[in-house]
Design a protein. Structure first.
Lengths: 549, 1060
């Protein structure tokens, strides 16, 4: 999916010994959104915006080590070894040895001589990396100005982490004119560095600079035009996480030092085998406990009791993403955790006084096919007609922020209908649910509405699989537990034929292995991902489990 | 019985020597017979007759002529010898006509059968007889055939009408009228009343088609009547165009209407009209109409009619299409797929609206019939008919039609070896090979195969034998004009090889050829043909009265010896050729390089009579303008133009501007550059030349060389005129085409001498550097231009412009900015902040300028230190190193705490370290608290650690200071698994502070309460220790711990047990 932006100049932070002036360049192609104010809680803002930066650059996907140089050396070495073997056998071993010694000396001298060149080349590569650092980041953050707060949102490069920094107007003084709306802002690594210079003893001006909307006269390129081709999976990830916020959650508060301890355990230990999950043990009235797998290290949070009325045991993965919260520990009063369920997204909200930082984590760090068919967060949850949908959205647009009850009262609509309509808009990226204040907000993610239908499924096989399950074409045999995980077998009737998929889900809830009798599987095995029958069996299994629990 | 006429024919062939005598006799008044005698010369002759019963005089004469013609075609000729051999018949002794049941000739046999007199021959189908009569154009058969028409059997009627179409003539309509008792039957009536003339027959469309064709063949009047009827069948638009004409207007109308979905049936009607107006359009349509269901039927009908009419052009055109177009479905299967559904071919083909047409079987039939139909003419010894049709079949073939030679290897189990069959390039064309190689020793067609193969050990590319290879060589010898037709129009090498060989063999005809024909032969692009022309030319050339056209053709023909001969002839008598304008022009633009080179030397050494150069130039320009846009003509035009430029520089100076405009608009680069060269030296002053000529050459031409010439021409305008056209100059300088930029550069260099020009062109060039490069290379060109050629004019670029250049994203702009910074900008006018920014610039010279400023302007730096220290954030190590060196030389008084803290605030570790170094060096006790407060807010662990140094001294003992530092303490203590030293110092400091006042104890207790939750055992212990100390000192402070006394038996006393 291609996004186009056009910024007037770049975002800049001008910091002197006495003051800091932050000016964000908004996307001039969107409707004018601007804001101007002086920051009061500057330290909190600094730390929070740094955490947001950590989200933007976060990429925990597995990157294989580049071993080409080593392989080349190994091949060379092998030749040398063979040569040595040959030499040892030959009569001229001594002579060859001399020659080899000489060769070695020559090589060493050559390396010696080339060293400055290699060093210069490396520093040039480093320079190039730094010069084009911004090219490494995916999407600029989105800024939204609302009547009660200003918030930034961003999504990580590895398609798994969502960050939202909300600052209510108490954070600012001398608030100037503002226009509500959403826009993208120009963002760069230099900007992050400048944020680090924010201090309490300096006055900090914060503005989303509207000058980009003025007419350009000079014949000079001052507009910065960007075209970003985002993978569909990225956009789907973003929408999945934000639509997950509207679902009912299991929530509890954590003391800042609890988060410190979470990070502490992870910093001190390095897992080399799975499962790599955090297991939250929640017992009503008891302190929250967390089990770190695979060491089964149990940590109790004595000052954070669980106040819910039902016992839960919830596993979440991708725990190293919690390091993003590290900088917020010192300033936050508490962290509120919202868990949706095992393998589903989780949310951590840091309370920074008049600011709040929401960290949303998708079920897993890796967004690969081994999770395919696991959850369908983009499924429409309720039926609602087009007219009502529009009406609800128009109603929300008028006030920008609204409670569901408030909205249903003002529009004279059923609460359920309003909720359904807002759910649909959230899935389309046009509204968000603010977990912190428990309200819905208008937030148009992109200038043009996103094609939600296309984004719901990663590929057509997922779509077919859902259709198969809905058509009750799947027959599941009782699952078999084994040390490797759960083994599922079943029969899927697809058209005139029926297929017999088999799959194993490991202890990290990943699809570890699978087979099917269909043509797609016979031709591709799992190289192109699982076939629709395997996926259908998995979806069916998940639904049955959901019913059981 | 009176002998009216006798023709005695003889034939001597090998051992046989025969005579044939034809007599026309009047039996009684108005009743005639045609008799004949034949046999070996000198032996008694056998008698026969062509007329069973006496006939009217015209019919008898017709039969007589036909018989003589037939025998002549077989090779008999009228000779005195033959006449002598015939025993003289005296009137009294006349031989009675031999009435025999056995017909003696083909004509007789046909007529006999038509009359129902089958004789002793085996049964012969009437339809076939009628067809044969038609093929023979047997006029005598007309009355009989007329009687047979209207049987109601479609096939018979078709064949009879077909025959009548070929045999009938102007008198036939009258005969028809009398037969049908319709005296005075007019042409229009006959055509309109087909249904009443033969009511039973006209039920079949095929019969109606051939009946109309029959009428059409009889007379012009009938042809017009049929055409009128056919015109009436056309759609209104087409009819209007066909009636109105001319042909050029009709062709596009037809094409448009076919493209718009008009049925191909209109082509049939148009072929019935076949007027001068519609024929060209019809031919174009037939060459492209798809052979698909819906249109193929009409194509088939037209082809059959062409065969009937003997219309070689249409017949050959369609035959060629059948050869070239693959069938739509295979002949080998019974079923095929239509729209994805399997369909029975036979059933589908029977439907009137069949969705199948032109299958494999149909195609094969049509291809075979092409040859069969003309071969029958040959067997009937119809030389003109055969040659005409064969020429029609051969002409559509082009050299490109031939594929690659191929071979097929099969294993012969009988002989236990591989057998390879070779196929030549044109092997797949049936009739083509039949005509060209019918009696060849090189090629053969085996059995029922459809591809000609190499015979015996022959291979493709083997030299052709000396003997003639075509089928029916005698027929070609009889009508040699057909060969000449082939040579003049064919574009196919094998055809030329055949025709040249056959023509050469016909010496008599060759000797009679006129010079125009020889010139034509020489002008053909095939060497075989040109060589024949060369041989003929050698015999015809008369050195005393040279024929210029012949010499010109010879000089430009593809045979090198011929060209050489032509040159030798000219050299032998140069003065005679001085006035031969057309000859000289043809030499100048000859397609052959040697002739063109000769023309150049010839013109240099030749004194032309007055007036000739002018007319020669006019003629040469006309030839150049006539050259087609073909890469092969490029070098001709170029060298021809050069020759003219060298030969006639004076005359070309006054060449008309109108002619030059035409030359400039010619697509060939050679012609355009000729025009440009002429314009460069033209007598008209450059400023008086029309601007559109310049623009066409310099801007619009597709050829780089021409554009360069155009720009040169533009550059030759006087300077004053050029300075009026700055925008055009600018467009050239920033053009996407490198050659235009390169060509305008000398002009700009010349103009750079005028200061006003520099002022006008520099700002737009700078703007071009500041905006995104439109084409690759423009920026670097503009930069080079500004740096070298327009350097003098750069003095006027002011500081703002230089800074804008430096800020630009484009390297070329930055580089120019770097150059101008040193030259045009006084460092003293720059703000310190601006200089600091320049220290981060990518261009080294710019950074160096900034360093210089820093080293030399200490007072200005001191005046604005907060801006000056921004250099420390430079991206470049070298800039930072310079800055470190400069600031290290500053003294204590130069730095305020604000500035020092700002240095430490940097995010770069080296700058932080430098800042800490400065703080240590220039630290003043009175600012200690300020330093501590400010440094404590730094997010980096290093600086936090650094700040701990000042805790004891500047924060101790003051509850306010402790309160302001609270976030700092939290920050240090909250670090996860990091900052051990800082944490220890903070714990120790807080523990000590807690002792000092209850307020401090309260604050510390709060902090420790929070921190005591940590899992880090050391931190946890330290916080508990602090809390115990607080509890000991100020017992009433709320704490989350209870202190228990250790049990007495414990050996190592443990002070407290933390309970949380």
């Amino acid at each position: 999916m291609e996004f186009e932006y056009r910024y007037h100049g770049s975002s800049a932070v001008d910091s002197s010994a006495r003051s800091t002036h932050m000016s964000f360049a908004p996307d001039t192609k969107r409707e004018p959104t601007y804001f101007r104010g002086e920051l009061q809680q500057s330290l909190e803002f600094r730390e929070a915006i740094s955490a947001l930066n950590a989200v933007v650059v976060s990429d925990l996907r597995y990157k294989p080590k580049d071993k080409t140089a080593y392989k080349a050396w190994l091949a060379q070495q092998e030749a040398v070894n063979w040569q040595q073997v040959a030499v040892a056998r030959s009569r001229n071993a001594a002579q060859v040895k001399d020659l080899q010694g000489e060769l070695e000396r020559l090589v060493r001298t050559s390396n010696e001589r080339m060293r400055p060149f290699y060093a210069a080349r490396q520093s040039y590569f480093n320079y190039l990396y730094k010069k084009d650092l911004d090219a490494w980041f995916v999407l600029d953050p989105v800024i939204t100005v609302h009547p009660d707060e200003v918030f930034f949102e961003c999504f990580s490069q590895d398609e798994s982490t969502y960050g939202r920094l909300g600052a209510s107007y108490e954070v600012f003084k001398h608030i100037g004119e503002f226009a509500c709306g959403t826009t993208n802002i120009d963002y760069s690594a230099d900007l992050y560095n400048e944020f680090q210079k924010i201090r309490r003893y300096k006055t900090t001006m914060f503005q989303v600079d509207p000058s980009g909307f003025e007419v350009q006269t000079q014949a000079e390129d001052t507009f910065k035009e960007l075209k970003i081709d985002l993978p569909d999976s990225w956009v789907r990830g973003f929408l999945q996480v934000s639509s997950a916020m509207t679902l009912p959650t299991v929530s509890f508060d954590l003391h800042p030092m609890d988060v410190h301890n979470l990070c502490f355990v992870l910093r001190r230990n390095k897992e080399k085998a799975g499962p790599r999950s955090l297991r939250y043990l929640l017992k009503p009235g008891h302190p929250v406990q967390v089990v770190f797998e695979p060491w089964n290290l149990k940590v109790t949070f004595p000052r954070s009791p669980y106040l819910g009325d039902k016992e839960h045991e919830i596993r979440v993965w991708g725990r190293r993403r919690l390091f993003i919260l590290e900088r917020l520990i010192q300033l936050s009063r508490k962290f509120t955790v919202h868990l949706l369920g095992t393998g589903l997204p989780s949310f951590y909200i840091a309370d920074l006084g008049h600011m709040n930082f929401t960290l949303g984590l998708s079920g897993w760090t890796a967004n690969d096919w081994s999770q395919a068919g696991n959850f369908d967060l983009m499924a429409p949850r309720a039926e609602v007609d087009e007219f009502t949908k529009r009406r609800v959205f128009e109603g929300l647009k008028k006030v920008w922020v609204a409670d569901v009850d408030e909205l249903s009262r003002s529009l004279d609509l059923e609460r359920a209908a309003v909720l359904a309509a807002l759910g649909i808009y959230t899935q389309a990226g046009r509204a968000i649910y603010d977990l912190n204040k428990q309200v819905y907000r208008v937030r148009e993610l992109s200038r043009e509405p996103l094609p939600t239908d296309k984004l719901r499924f990663a590929n057509e096989r997922e779509q077919l699989a859902t259709a198969l399950v809905d058509a009750k074409a799947v027959l599941r045999k009782p699952p078999e537990e084994s040390p490797a995980g759960i083994r599922l077998r079943g029969k899927v009737k697809d058209g005139a034929r029926s297929y017999e998929p088999e799959l194993t889900i490991d202890r990290d809830q990943r699809l570890a292995s699978a087979t099917c009798t269909c043509n797609f599987y016979t031709q591709n095995k799992l190289y192109k991902g699982p076939c629709e029958h395997i996926l259908a069996l998995r979806i069916h299994h998940r639904r049955m489990q959901g019913n059981a629990s | 019985m009176k002998l009216i006429r006798r023709v005695t024919l003889g034939l001597r062939e090998g051992n046989s020597d025969k005579v044939y005598v034809v007599d026309l006799c009047e039996v009684s008044k108005g009743k005639f017979v045609v008799n004949f005698q034949f046999g070996r010369r000198g032996a008694p002759l056998k008698d026969g007759t062509k007329t069973d019963a006496p006939v009217a005089e015209p019919i008898a004469r017709s039969i007589f002529a036909k018989l003589v013609d037939e025998k002549t075609r077989k090779g008999y000729s009228e000779t005195a010898e033959a006449a002598a051999a015939v025993p003289s018949t005296t009137p009294g002794q006349r031989a009675a006509p031999v009435r025999s049941n056995q017909p003696q000739t083909r004509e007789e046999a046909v007529l006999a059968r038509l009359r129902g007199d089958s004789g002793a021959r085996r049964p012969w189908d009437l339809n076939r007889v009628a067809w044969r009569a038609g093929e023979m154009r047997l006029k005598a058969a007309v009355p009989v055939l007329l009687g047979k028409l209207g049987s109601g059997v479609a096939r018979t009627d078709y064949c009879v009408a077909w025959a009548l179409a070929r045999c009938g003539d102007e008198g036939t309509l009258a005969a028809l009228g009398s037969m049908k008792q319709r005296p005075g039957l007019t042409a229009t009536d006959a055509v309109e009343q087909l249904a009443t003339l033969w009511p039973k027959s006209v039920k079949a469309d095929a019969v109606v088609r051939v009946l109309l064709e029959m009428f059409r063949a009889w007379s012009d009047e009938l042809r017009e009547a049929v055409a009128r009827k056919a015109l009436g069948e056309l759609p209104a638009g087409l009819r209007y165009a066909a009636e109105l004409g001319p042909a050029e207007a009709f062709t596009p109308v037809l094409q448009r209407s076919l493209a718009a979905g008009e049925s191909a049936n209109v082509l049939e009607s148009l072929y019935r009209v076949d007027s001068e107006v519609v024929r060209p359009g019809l031919l174009v349509a037939l060459a492209s109409v798809p052979l698909l269901p819906g249109s193929f039927r009409a194509v088939r009908h037209i082809w059959k009619i062409a065969e009937l009419r003997g219309d070689a052009e249409v017949f050959g055109l369609l035959a060629h299409r059948f050869e070239r177009t693959p069938a739509n479905f295979s002949a080998r299967t019974r079923r095929t797929y239509i729209d994805g559904r399997s369909t029975d071919i036979a059933k589908e083909l029977k439907k009137p609206d069949s969705r199948l047409a032109y299958g494999g079987a149909t195609r094969t039939y049509l291809r075979r019939r092409t040859w069969n139909s003309i071969a029958r003419l040959a067997t009937l010894e119809d030389a003109s008919g055969y040659v005409r049709m064969a020429v029609g079949v051969l002409l559509p073939f082009r050299d490109g039609d031939g594929g690659e030679p191929r071979s097929m290897t099969t294993y012969d189990y009988g002989a236990s070896r591989n057998k390879t069959t070779h196929f030549d390039r044109f092997a797949s064309f049936l009739a083509f090979n039949h005509i060209l190689f019918g009696s060849s020793s090189r090629y053969e067609l085996k059995g029922l195969t459809l591809t000609w193969r190499c015979k015996g050990r022959n291979k493709p590319g083997d030299p052709a034998p000396e003997t003639r290879e075509e089928a029916f060589p005698k027929l070609w010898d009889q009508v040699p004009v057909g060969l000449l037709h082939l040579l003049s129009e064919s574009g196919c090498l094998p055809v030329h090889v055949f025709a040249a060989k056959a023509l050469r063999a016909n010496k008599e005809f060759c000797d009679d050829l006129d010079l125009d024909a020889i010139v034509m032969l020489l002008g053909r692009p095939y060497e075989v043909t040109a060589r024949l022309g060369y041989e003929l030319a050698l015999t015809r050339y008369d050195a005393s009265r040279p024929d210029f056209d012949l010499v010109a053709a010879l000089a430009s023909c593809p045979v090198p010896e011929a060209r050489h001969t032509a040159r030798a002839w000219i050299d032998a008598n140069r003065t005679a050729f001085a006035g031969a304008r057309d000859l000289l022009v043809s030499l100048v633009v000859s397609p052959h390089a040697d002739t063109r080179a000769y023309a150049r030397t010839l013109l240099a050494g030749l004194v032309l009579p007055s007036g000739v150069p002018e007319s020669l130039i006019a003629r040469a320009v006309a030839v150049l303008l006539g050259l087609a846009d073909d890469p092969a003509n490029e070098v001709r035009a170029q060298e021809g133009g050069e020759t003219l430029l060298r030969g006639f520089p004076r005359q070309l100076r006054s060449l008309g501007l109108g002619v030059l405009r035409d030359l400039v608009h010619h697509p060939l680069a050679g012609v355009q550059s000729f025009a440009a060269e002429v314009l460069l030296a033209h007598e008209t002053r450059p400023e008086d030349l029309p601007e559109d000529l310049l623009v066409t050459l310099a801007v619009e031409s597709k050829h780089a060389a021409v554009r360069s010439l155009g720009v040169r021409l533009f550059g030759s305008l006087p300077d004053a005129a050029l300075m009026q056209r700055v925008s055009l100059l600018l467009a050239f300088a920033t053009s996407g085409l490198a050659d235009q930029r390169g060509a305008i550069r000398p002009v700009l260099q010349r103009l750079a001498g005028y200061p006003s020009f520099g002022d006008a062109i520099v700002p737009p060039l700078l703007a071009a550097l500041l905006t995104k490069e439109t084409h690759e290379g423009v920026h670097s060109f503009v930069l080079a231009l500004l740096k070298t050629d327009l350097a003098a004019a750069l003095g006027a670029v002011n500081k703002e412009a230089v800074l804008r250049l430096l800020r630009s994203k484009h390297p070329a702009a930055q580089e120019l900015g770097g150059i101008l910074l040193g030259r045009n900008v006084d460092p003293n006018t720059l703000e310190v902040a601006e200089v600091a920014r320049l220290a981060s610039h990518e261009i080294l010279s710019v950074r160096e300028a900034a360093w210089k400023f820093y080293r030399e302007n200490k007072p200005r730096l001191l005046a604005d230190m907060s801006a000056a220290i921004k250099i420390l954030d430079a991206k470049w190590d070298d800039s930072r190193q310079v800055a470190f060196a400069v600031f290290r030389e500053f003294t204590e008084d130069d730095f305020t705490p604000d500035v020092l803290v700002a240095v430490v605030d940097s995010v770069r570790p080296d700058v932080q370290a430098f800042g800490r170094e400065l703080v240590r060096r220039f630290f003043k006790g009175e600012h200690g608290h300020e330093y501590l407060l400010r440094l404590s807010e730094h997010p980096s662990a290093d600086v936090q650690l650094f700040a701990t140094n000042y805790l004891e001294e500047y924060a101790s003992g003051s509850i306010e200071r402790l309160r302001t530092l609270e976030p700092y303490f939290l920050g240090v203590l909250s670090r996860v698994n990091r900052g051990r030293v800082a944490k220890a110092r903070v714990f120790a400091f807080l523990k000590a502070e807690a002792e000092k006042s209850p307020e401090a104890a309260q604050l510390v207790a709060g902090l420790m309460t929070r921190q005591s939750l940590t899992m880090a055992i050391g931190d946890k212990a330290a916080s508990i220790e602090s809390m115990v100390a607080v509890a000991r000192r100020f017992g009433d402070t709320p704490l989350p711990i209870t202190i228990k006394q250790p049990p007495l038996w414990t050996r190592r006393p443990k002070e407290a047990q933390g309970g949380v």
